[in-house]
Ligand binder design. Sequence first.
Ligand SMILES: [Zn+2]
Length: 357
Amino acid sequence: MRVLVLLFTLGCLLLSALPAQAQSALPPGNKQIKYSRWAYPSQVAYGPIEDGIGSTGMAPARSAFLTLPFMGPHYVTSVFSHCYPDYGTYTRVCRYDGTVASASVGGPDPDFTAGFAQTPGGHDFLYYAGHDGYDYGLYYEPIAAAAPGRVMLANWLVPGCETCLSGKTVEIDHGNGLLTFYGHLSRIDVSKGQYVTRGQVIGISGMTGTATGPHLHFGVYHMNGGGPVDPYGWGGSSPDPWSKDVGDLWLGGSPRFASIQMPSVTVGAAQQLDNPANINVSWASPGSMHFTVYAVNQNGVRTLWTTTTGNGSATFHGKPGQRYWFWASATSDLGWNDAAGSDVVRVPSINHGEAST
Ligand SMILES: [Zn+2]
């Protein structure tokens, strides 16, 4: 019986029912600008989903190096605004593909007046003017390093301030003149100076800092305050209005998930025919995972039973008349988790020296 699915998958399923919200993060080297708060409309059931299988229609830049900072499909709740991503007050939003939404083109979206519609009265807003990164609708889910690099910040963006800007923030220096930025985290799993690999879990998303709902602010910036770039590049027919871009930075030209082994746990429990008090338990996942295996009795008491690296099996000795099931959680070397439970097994009562059912 599959009891638990991957945390990020659960988050995906919850997304449509939860308010996500996009808010400002301080781009390194940029001035802090006051921003009003907007609740992202929870009733929105449309909008672009970044599913890691789409195509930007653009060739990758020579220096492309990124994979998506999460696994599984998620809504894009705010885009990088090419006109202009410096948190000024603007009346239009320009997306990487050249789409423009503005007060004069479509006016405010009737469902979401903070965003500008692409067509008059259309439910097709882009959000929000001046934004210098991408907001993805993640609900307390693992965040993946978008490329290998060295952690240069793993702390509150504004020291000691839990409600400022992007709150708990990680920045990674990729050694190519660019850094990636992950804001509004609820938990940070790395520390400054640490090297991380592609797809490694660096923390858990959240809504720290200035945010009224959980989401990830993902940004790519030139080092040393050189300003933001759009990792999706610029595919518009007019010249890129943002001069600091360096092209489509996704490996292969379109966003993809990191090619890493994710845990996916199965647990089996079968009684030995000649002695049904002996239960053969096995646990497995693709890849080489670190397992923690628990036995759960009929009162729901969970006891740590064993740990293994790699798939394993063992014999559990049950007591007559008791029911058991087994729970295994797996963690990959990069920090991803999955867990699952076995079916319930009942050890027969002893009756005149023989097992009864
Ligand atoms: Zn943002």
